[in-house]
Design a protein around this ligand. Sequence first.
Ligand code: SF4
Length: 250
Amino acid sequence: MKNIFVHRLFVAFWSVFCYTCFSRIKEKGSVTVTEKERAALCVQALKKEYPQALCSLEAETPFRLLVATRLSAQCTDARVNLVTPALFEKYPDASAMSKADVHDVEELIHSCGFFRAKAKDIVEASKKIMSDFSGEVPGTMEELLTLPGVGRKTANLVLGDVFKKPAVVADTHLIRISNLLGFVSSKDPVKVEKRMREVLPPEESNDFCHRAVLHGRAVCVARRPNCAVCCMKKWCSYAQKESDKKDEKN
Ligand code: SF4
């Protein structure tokens, strides 16, 4: 009987202790929260700032998103959106694109840059979609990576936006912001993707990447991040370091 009483007392004490610690951790922000908690706080902050987490590429079908993403390499999404209406009017799906003359596709996408490689990839990928996947864009990373011109960035975008699977699109904005936030210390897209998959809530990861693009254009811009107005500054390693430097000077 005495043992049970002691055990219950111990459990009660431990619960209160854990709750108190957790509350303090939350209050202290970036100093003591775990990386997953810190990531969750960043997710919430960006979600509040950018309720819409839409892909800036305009594409109505999985096939069109795949093509638009291939075109977006070394090119702005705005430029791709200017080019794709004429391209898809002539070649609306994988069936039509698989029979396209590559030179004709080159002309249509010329302004996107690297047009020869991109046109070849798009036509070859369409042929493979027709021959190996019954005309449908496949829904796994392994299958997507078998398509010519499709790398992990494109595959992640398709998996997240089309198939609603957890995805991390490691583009230039996500790479920069995740480094500044202090979640990773690498410019390698595969390492950034792997690390962000570890810390981000899986159900939020795809939208977080879309929001990071918006944030990277509006606030956390390359070489001159506007930390003063950033919704994530409380949990950002870079902002913390800059603040510490200022304190040292004063
Ligand atoms: S606090 Fe500054 S460096 Fe950190 S994410 Fe925001 S803008 Fe970027």
